[in-house]
Design a protein around this ligand. Structure first.
Ligand SMILES: *Cc1c(COP(=O)(O)O)cnc(C)c1O
Length: 387
């Protein structure tokens, strides 16, 4: 009787991820690759993804929060890890103690220096210039002052500045002029750092879109997130166009299936009403699992065909319409069949769900929730016990 397929699962193909890393390394060559594993590796599981990325030759790891970097260290990962988004409540002491590289835009410098002083251990620092994104990063007018402070602390032996970096605003639209302006501002900032006496080992600016579309901003290191996971940041190119393989397959099991008459209202508010006698399938994932609530109409693969989500997506479940002829009368009931939302051969793409949800592929994968089991496929046998 039982169905062996896990009820709600995001399968993470680590061999696809390693393929993507190797491909990104070729694209970025001679620059090296920082694998960005923030937000639990965009929902793919930070520790197994970090290990697979390093196996495939990523030189660095990147995270947003110090706590995310500390978690990688606690899992035994010793590769360089950069963390760049802090608050005055961040645990800078833990960051320095665990040998994380810390991104510094301004006020963080004094916190990092205090931690280094307390631990009697120099902090490794990358200085961040705001070349136009308007989020964090040091404004160009204050860059020289930040450099002077950093050099002074470096001479005291409290920090070691190894990098200068910045982040792009519009690289997913390669024709936008902002990227050229940002590259120019970045070059100026690097030159100022060198003039201030800093030996800049790694200059890094590119994200996934710039890695593919702007070789002139690869510098020494590219920071790739989305590309690791096999997805395209461009609206006019898909994964295959970029030589990438999607890593996550999100699926569940059909939990109910019934024939209904014409005029049956479906789900909250009866936003959908059947036009004819049909068969409805119940898919037991909803916004409590990270399925976007507004994604009505998105496709789901069941038994080799795709069917649209009808009616409102609820917290735990939504409905697909198998149609008047779709599954009615077939000997095999879809009850218990695998339902694939996205990923894998013949299944809908993450981008189909992103379009239905009026969002981007980044958000769809990252929001898949904790009720969805992560199963990592193709784990390196040497790391099997650790994954
Ligand atoms: C998230 C992030 C990245 C990765 O961006 P992708 O477009 O996913 O490659 C790179 N750098 C910084 C600073 C980021 O916050």
């Amino acid at each position: 009787m039982g169905v062996t397929h896990p009820e709600r699962v995001a399968e993470i193909d680590l061999e696809a991820l390693r393929h993507n890393v190797r491909h990104l390394r070729r694209v970025a060559h001679p620059a090296r690759v920082m694998a960005v594993v923030k937000a639990d590796a965009h929902g793919h599981g930070a520790v197994p993804v970090a290990r697979a990325a390093l196996e495939a030759g990523a030189a660095w790891l990147g995270v947003a929060h110090i706590a995310e970097g500390v978690a990688l260290r606690r899992a035994g990962i010793e590769a360089p890890v950069l963390a760049w988004l802090h608050t005055p409540a961040s645990d800078f002491t833990a960051g320095v103690e665990h040998g994380l590289d810390l991104g510094i835009s301004d006020w963080e410098l004094e916190h990092v220096v205090a931690a280094a002083r307390e631990l009697e251990r120099p902090a490794i620092v990358h200085l961040k210039i705001d070349t136009g994104l308007g989020r964090n990063g040091c404004p160009p007018e204050q860059w020289q002052a930040l450099l002077d402070r950093a050099v002074a602390h470096q001479e005291e032996g409290l920090i070691r500045v190894v990098g200068v970096f910045s982040h792009l605003a519009a690289a997913d639209e390669p024709s936008r002029p902002e990227t050229d302006l940002q590259i120019r501002a970045f070059r100026d900032a690097v030159a100022a750092a060198e003039n201030a006496g800093i030996d800049v080992e790694v200059r890094h600016l590119a994200n996934t879109p710039a890695t593919f579309s702007r070789p002139d901003c690869h510098f020494d290191l590219v920071r790739v997130g989305l590309g690791l996971y096999g997805l395209s940041p461009f609206s006019d190119q898909d994964s295959a166009d970029l030589g990438l393989r999607p890593v996550m397959t999100f699926s569940t099991v059909v939990s109910n299936c019934k024939e209904v008459p014409a005029g049956q209202g479906v789900s909250y508010g009866h936003a959908y009403r059947t036009q004819q006698p049909t068969t409805l399938g119940l898919i037991p994932v909803g916004y409590g699992d990270g399925v976007p609530r507004i994604a009505t109409g998105a496709p789901v693969l069941v038994g080799g065909r795709t069917y649209p989500v009808v009616g409102r997506i609820a917290m735990d479940q939504f409905v697909v319409d198998f149609g008047a002829t779709g599954l009615v009368g077939t000997p095999r009931s879809p009850l218990g069949a695998r339902a694939v939302l996205f990923g894998g051969a013949d299944a809908p793409a993450v981008e189909d769900w992103a379009a239905a949800a009026q969002t981007i592929n980044y958000e769809v994968i990252t929001r898949i929730g904790d009720r969805v089991e992560r199963v990592h496929l193709n784990v390196d046998p040497e790391n099997d016990d650790l994954a």
